[in-house]
Design a protein around this ligand. Sequence first.
Ligand code: 6PG
Length: 245
Amino acid sequence: MPQIVEVFRDKDELAEHVSREIIDKLAAAVKARGRASFVLAGGSTPRPIYERIASAEDHALDWSKVVVAWGDERCVPPDDPASNFKLAHETLLTNCRPAAVVRLRGELGPVAAADKYEEELASALGSPRPEFDVVLLGLGSDGHTASLFPGEPVVTGRWAAPAHGPPPHPERVTLTVEALNAARHVLFVVIGANKAAAVKQILEDDAGLPAALIRPAGSTTWYLDAAAAGHLTRPSDRLGRPGGE
Ligand code: 6PG
């Protein structure tokens, strides 16, 4: 499936559009299959997206039919400022009450947390290899996504695995490339000029960065602000309209 690239004037316009896209895709999954699974990203980029989803007066999506999980987690307690769970807990989950929240229990340590996460995902979604409906991913300036970092081995035959990242939180757990590539919709959200080189390498040069390995059979859409798209030479599939024109 080809990747779609959408460029927006700024992060607010991007967050407004992506939050709407996520709600619509989840609602479509619930309509088609009676429930939806939503895999959250960590880092700082998703915060305004989660806040908009939480504040949306949207009755098209029945959150009681949605299972929420994470693409990765640092091996810290859930109340640690670095916790990806904490980010979602204080934004998205303030207003949205999913059917299940499958927290990645990073505090157990990488090996035990990966085992536990696979077990709890299988239990919540009824399959040891769940096909997630909507997966939100960020991108590091080094081309990592989730906790799939350059130079690290690509784990196969698993849905979640221990991972190793840079300090201050090197111990992590991540969904694997296989798990992410089984998804129906992958949405990358990338903001800022510091990501522009990695975005170009991934979308135009295929430089073998971890995020370039995420090519699901379903749809992949890259939502970029103008700064993150600054090195791209090919036109985007869609330019966000200023003011929603
Ligand atoms: C993590 C994230 C990671 C993140 C990128 C971008 O746990 O660190 O899952 O993959 O998405 O590092 O982070 P920012 O959004 O903060 O730039």
